[in-house]
Design a protein around this ligand. Structure first.
Ligand code: SF4
Ligand code: SF4
Length: 144
């Protein structure tokens, strides 16, 4: 990969290796959202409810090769679904670049340290698995 490739290439121009390298591994996209209301009153609520396949400590998927088989709403981020990226957290590199914003200094591509995401306090600390939740609205958190 070329140095600072994300500053010279658009998301659509990136190759597979560059595209994958954009993911900082924060795991935030594996937490459930609640879509409430309709039309202009529609609102998305972020929650601390994690997909059952998520390792709450590492923020990694425990069943990555079987993720689409096990979780029907697990979404692969692709160039084709770029316009839907507004549901991603504001810190996510795909959303940032889609919105023409710079990456944060703690992104591993800049810090060159995979731990910098955790050190910056990005992952959710008090996640709970979906299987352990009764009332979803009890677990709404601030917008990510
Ligand atoms: S929110 Fe974005 S950066 Fe974080 S794990 Fe998901 S795709 Fe990767
Ligand atoms: S199945 Fe999908 S949503 Fe669930 S933890 Fe794995 S990658 Fe995340």
């Amino acid at each position: 990969m070329k140095e600072r490739f994300w500053q010279t290439k658009s998301l659509l121009e990136m190759n597979d290796q560059e595209w994958e390298a954009l993911c900082d591994g924060c795991g935030l996209c594996c937490y459930r959202k609640i879509l409430d209301g309709y039309g202009k009153h529609e609102r998305i609520y972020f929650t601390r409810i994690a997909c059952n396949q998520l390792d709450l400590t590492s923020g990694k998927c425990c069943n990555y090769p079987r993720r689409f088989e096990l979780e029907e709403d697990c979404t692969k981020l692709t160039k084709q679904n770029l316009p839907d990226f507004s549901w991603l957290p504001k810190t996510c590199a795909y959303r940032l670049l889609y919105e023409n914003k710079p990456l944060f200094d703690w992104h591993p591509l800049i810090s060159r340290d995979p731990n910098s995401v955790k050190l910056a306090g990005i992952p959710i600390q008090n996640g709970i698995h979906e299987a352990d939740v009764i009332e979803w609205f009890d677990h709404v958190i601030e917008d990510l």
